[in-house]
Design a protein. Structure first.
Lengths: 318, 805
């Protein structure tokens, strides 16, 4: 028998209100072809499950320590002493040897305080649909729906396209948060089931784009044109990253491109860089590059919003 | 977009005075009442109460403070409270003797040495004379075995430490007819009965006689205030204030005896009647009802006739609110723990539908929110009735107000409350005209005597307490009234480790709940038997629909509609405890009943692994997990059905699910429980999930709490949610909060209230209270200044899960 189709999800967030109209439930799919150093969800980058470690939840191996003996690869050992924020007591945390860990999850099942968790769960279509449909009354009263996000959700195209299709069969408003860095035929297929694209544009200069994210922007721009040409609706999202695209010129170029897409672009949302991602990098001890920079000031952000408005676009600070 | 306009200088000055004046105790009422009672042992029942009230109206000093336009007061000093020795006084004398009253960690009151001496010299008279002492004498002996159960509040003495209260008068009648007309009607009824007092005629005659006396009292009080305003006007040098004082004298000389003529008359009449009710009955959750419905027509008529401006009317309303905020009442220390922050629960209702089902919003609805938002007062609390036709502008104003003024207003669902009230016997028009009493208790406005606060006591029912007795063969692991631990106070239902199936556990819990509902009802009904002899309420009965027709006081069942309210707490804890026991012990069999029992009885000491496992792995109510949510439904059904089937002298009982802060107070005396809760820590709040166990976000929480059949709880349900202020920073955030409320209401939710404040801000306020003097937070059905709360209550608010939009 053929193996049932599953999608790898790293989070489902109810009452999500920043990802499209109304009250939404956002499903975050794991895996992304880009590796932006400012990514605020580093756990979304790898497709494979990862062991996440939240030190603040650990109650210490003195009182617990259940994780240590259950690891089949011996990847866990006693680690640093630290002061527990809640009790004020000195406790010893665990240390994870990432080179030995294969994210089997044995330790997470032993960890009651949920300091250790596996990031990345397989969902069947049926199970995921059942979960998001539970929030249906909230969609109906708020003009909301389901947002599919990531990672890059379209890197699991078979599952995600089927999921979007099923949602539309149920009459649910769908939003697709995408990097745009996917094959054109996938975008074309997604168009039929997507009411709104939350479309990321980062940089118009292809070389600069490649240097930072690991991929060029050609495909991204082509897909944006494709969506616009087919009557798709977009909210363009621009992360404003220090020394990458925070100049007037870089933002203006993005604005000019958005203008060329015509009525498809409902709004351009500027998202200021923030460093909340840093703590998440620590959780999975991602050894990749992490940007630690000073977030742009609110005044600077307002200037950039005004710049886009000056071009005749609707722009907001997100 | 909704905007607040600035207050006038006069209002700002009075508000500042209000925030800086420390509440104190005034003995004026006490002295008048003590002398009256000592001099009139021959008087009993309703006539004694009526004459006592009139005597207060004749003798209590009148107080018109600088700048006030709306007047009336219960004491001789600004922000001082009166004493009510005829209700309950032993607790007061004990606290006075201990010298703790000015130094308590919550709601302290100053008291002069001379007053202290006088009270200690004369107070013993009341130890036997007060209603509470009488009730104590009548406790059924069988209850002594059940006292200290941790399920009901009652001990073996001082069982009535809180008063008659939790009601709303019929203000429409007071404003539109006046006490002159009511007095005339009562006299006519007396004439009809004279010489013809067959059957219950003598009792009815006596009731009407009492009504004429209290009407005289009310009219007298107004006239004395009129005289004081005229006296001050004669001395006043400022011509503007002089004119104002003369206008006040004119209004006070007219109202009460006659129907109100203007917006000013109506507000003054409403407030002075309220002061009268408090002077008579002891202030305690005495609510105002549908203020916008009473005042709206007066305002619109004045405006049309050019007699008032919008700004002037708003200032009058502000001054009225400041008078209400100023009122307070000293409670026993332990009762204060369940209602801290100087709240007097004088709830006001706005919005909703009219008796014929149309949207009831009028300009005063907006003025009420404006007053709450720009004055930043902890009192009066306000409830906004929501229905399908609530105007978007009113939604907008309400959301903005709740953001600024910690939790004011609460949101109440007409679609659930109206049918719930009809199920308890109100006809459609009356149910549509409901208002909220005290905290969240729905009641017919002016035609029902519903005793939603349980008629004279802190009427809370601790479901977790019943659960713990059920698994412990009826023994309470916590110390009883005699200080002994482990006494048998409940039914001998066996120990958890003796129960072979989960159904046996459910059966034991059900039996304990029903057993204590039976005792709770018995004690409150006993209280009512005595209170209806000694503490009738003729001043209230004069306006409540039904009493004048029937010739009976509300306490004797004279109101058109009747019920008795109750409220259960610890819904989250009992749901989680049942879910844990079922999953771990009977389904998975991963823990033996004995292990779990031992861990709970040891307060988890030495059982940390099991404790962590339960907190982390077991199902918890509030996460849209049917394995836990079904037990919230099950336990509330058992409780609700038992209460709703109970009857009192005047009719049926009505169940509710709200805690005020009784969940903190009861938590202190509740042992550890299988949900992972430690002994002495707060119970869950209202119908909310256990603190920090709601991990799946607000939509999941709302679906979970909707599992409870809320229509069954016509005495009110309460759901607190706390959002970080960033949640409401944008217009779209506000729209989404509105959609959230609407969805919850469509799912069957009855009531919802918010704190829009970050934990970071609350912690800073704990560190530097002087910088956060005006930070208002939601407690339950009322709000308080955060810095005035005691620490455990502050911590409980911080522990409520914070949501980001």
């Amino acid at each position: 028998m053929e193996r049932e189709l599953t999608g790898k999800v790293y989070d489902i967030q109810g009452f999500s209100i920043q990802d499209g109209p109304g009250i939404r439930t956002t499903v975050f799919f794991k895996g992304c072809p880009l590796c932006c150093p400012w990514c605020h969800s580093p756990e979304s980058q790898a497709f494979a499950p990862q062991l996440a470690w939240m030190a603040v939840r650990c109650i210490g191996i003195e009182t617990c320590g259940r994780c240590l003996p259950v690891c089949p690869r011996g990847a866990l050992s006693p680690g640093d002493l630290t002061r527990n924020a809640a009790s004020g007591e000195e406790i010893r945390l665990v240390r994870i040897d990432r080179s030995s860990c294969d994210a089997c999850g044995a330790c997470t099942r032993a960890c009651y305080p949920k300091a250790l968790e596996i990031c990345g769960t397989d969902y069947t279509l049926e199970k995921l649909l059942a979960r998001v449909l539970r929030d249906r009354p909230f969609y109906e009263h708020s003009g909301g729906g389901v947002t599919v996000s990531g990672g890059e959700p379209l890197y699991q195209p078979e599952f995600v396209l089927r999921f979007l299709e099923k949602l539309k069969e149920q009459g649910i408003h769908t939003a697709l948060d995408t990097t745009g860095h996917v094959p054109a035929d996938v975008v074309e297929r997604a168009l039929a089931h997507t009411d709104l694209f939350l479309y990321d544009l980062k940089q118009m200069d292809g070389a600069v784009h490649r240097a930072a994210t690991g991929v060029s922007n050609e495909r991204i721009l082509d897909n944006a044109r494709l969506i616009a040409g087919r009557g798709g609706k977009m909210q363009v999202r621009v992360p404003v990253i220090p020394d990458f695209n925070d100049s007037d010129a870089a933002i203006r170029e993005i604005g000019v491109f958005c203008l060329s897409l015509g009525a498809a672009v409902e709004v351009v949302q500027l998202l200021p860089y923030h460093n909340l991602g840093v703590v998440k990098y620590q959780r999975i001890e991602n050894r990749g590059k992490v940007l630690e920079a000073v977030p742009p000031s609110e005044a600077r952000m307002r200037t950039l919003v005004a710049l886009l408005e000056g071009l005749g676009l609707r722009a907001t600070l997100h | 977009m909704y905007v607040l306009s600035p207050v006038t200088d006069r209002v700002a000055a009075i508000r500042e005075k209000y925030r800086t004046a420390k509440p104190s105790i005034c003995t004026a009422r006490y002295r008048i009442v003590t002398n009256f009672y000592r001099e009139h042992p021959q008087l009993q029942g309703i006539l004694k109460r009526a004459k006592n009230f009139r005597n207060i109206c004749q003798k209590l000093p009148v107080l018109v403070n600088p700048g006030e336009v709306i007047v009336g007061w219960q004491a001789t000093r600004y922000r001082a409270c009166a004493l009510y020795p005829e209700i309950s006084f032993g607790w007061f004398l004990d606290e006075l003797t201990a010298g703790t009253i000015p130094k308590r960690d919550t709601d302290p009151y100053d008291i002069s040495e001379e007053d202290t001496r006088y009270l200690l010299e004369t107070g013993d008279y009341w130890r036997k004379e007060c209603l509470s002492a009488k009730v104590d004498e009548y406790i059924p002996p069988g209850y002594f075995a059940a006292a200290g159960s941790g399920v009901t509040y009652f001990g073996t003495t001082g069982t009535c430490s809180s008063p008659t209260g939790h009601f709303v008068a019929n203000f429409e009648t007071a404003l539109r007819r006046g006490f002159g007309a009511i007095r005339a009607e009562a006299e006519e009824k007396m004439r009809d009965l004279e010489g013809r007092m067959y059957g219950t005629g003598a009792e009815r005659y006596n009731f009407y006689r009492a009504v004429t006396i209290v009407c005289d009292g009310m009219i007298t009080l107004a006239r004395r205030y009129a005289e004081e305003c005229a006296r001050q006007a004669a001395l006043e040098m400022d011509p503007a204030r002089k004119t104002e004082l003369l206008e006040m004298a004119d209004s006070l000389g007219w109202i009460m005896a006659n129907p109100c003529r203007s917006f000013h008359d109506a507000i003054q009449c409403m407030f002075l009647y309220q002061v009268g009710l408090c002077l008579d009955a002891q202030q305690h959750g005495i609510s105002f009802g549908r203020v916008d419905q009473y005042l709206g027509p007066f305002y619109e008529a004045d405006l049309a006739a050019g007699r008032i401006t919008a700004a002037k009317a708003q200032e009058l309303l502000d001054l009225f609110y400041l008078k209400v905020a100023e009122m307070n009442k000293i409670w026993p220390y332990f009762a204060t723990l369940s209602g801290p922050g100087y709240t007097s629960g004088q709830l006001m209702t706005l919005g909703g539908v009219t008796r014929d089902g149309r949207d009831a919003t009028n300009p005063v609805s907006y003025m009420m929110l404006q007053a709450a938002g720009r004055l930043l007062l902890h009192d009066p609390p306000q409830s906004l009735r929501i229905h399908k036709g609530t105007p978007p502008e009113l939604w907008d104003a309400a959301i903005e107000t709740t953001r600024i003024a910690g939790g004011v207003p609460t949101f109440e669902n007409d679609d659930v409350i109206i049918p719930a009230l009809m199920a308890r016997g109100l006809p459609l028009a009356s149910a549509r005209n409901y208002c909220l009493i005290g905290c969240v208790e729905p009641q017919g406005c002016g035609d029902e005597w519903a005793c939603p606060g349980g008629n004279g006591t802190e009427s809370f029912f601790n479901l977790l307490g019943a659960f713990l007795l059920a698994i412990n063969d009826g023994h309470n692991p916590m110390p009883g009234p005699d200080g002994r631990r482990g006494g048998r106070v409940g039914l001998p239902t066996g120990y958890l480790y003796e129960m072979e199936t989960f159904d046996e556990v459910l059966d034991a819990v059900k039996r304990q709940i029903e057993y204590f509902v039976g005792w709770h009802v018995s004690l409150v009904n006993t209280w009512e038997m005595l209170a209806s002899e000694h503490m009738q309420l003729p001043l209230l009965s004069a306006t409540i629909d039904g009493c004048m027709e029937s010739g009976r006081d509300v306490m004797k069942g004279g109101a058109r509609h009747n019920s008795t309210g109750n409220a259960a707490i610890a819904i989250g804890n009992i749901a989680d405890s049942l879910a844990v026991v079922k999953r771990l012990v009977y389904d998975e069999r991963s823990v033996t009943a004995r292990e779990l029992y031992d861990a709970v009885m040891a307060d988890w000491e030495g059982h940390e692994e099991l404790h962590q496992r339960i907190l982390g792995e077991a199902p918890h109510y509030g996460n849209d997990d049917p394995d836990a949510d079904r037990f919230a439904r099950w336990a509330t059904d058992i409780y609700g059905d038992a209460i709703n089937a109970a009857t009192g002298p005047r009719g049926r009982w009505a169940a509710g699910l709200f805690p005020v802060t009784a969940h903190v107070l009861f938590g202190m005396s509740t042992a550890a429980s299988p949900d992972g809760r430690k002994a002495g820590t707060p119970l869950s709040d209202g119908i909310s999930p256990v603190q920090q166990m709601d991990r799946a976000g607000p939509t999941a929480t709302l679906r979970s709490v909707s599992v409870i059949d809320q229509k069954k709880f016509s005495n009110g349900t309460l759901l607190n949610m706390r959002f970080h202020p960033t949640a409401l920073a944008s217009e779209s955030g506000k729209g989404k909060l509105i959609a959230l409320i609407r969805t919850y209401f469509a799912l069957g939710g009855m009531e919802m209230q918010f704190n829009i404040v970050g934990a970071d801000t609350l912690r800073r306020a704990q560190e530097a209270p002087e910088d956060y003097r005006d930070l208002v937070v939601r407690i339950a059905g009322f709000s308080a200044y955060f810095v005035e709360l005691y620490r455990a209550s502050q911590d409980d608010i911080i522990r409520r899960t914070e949501l980001h939009l």
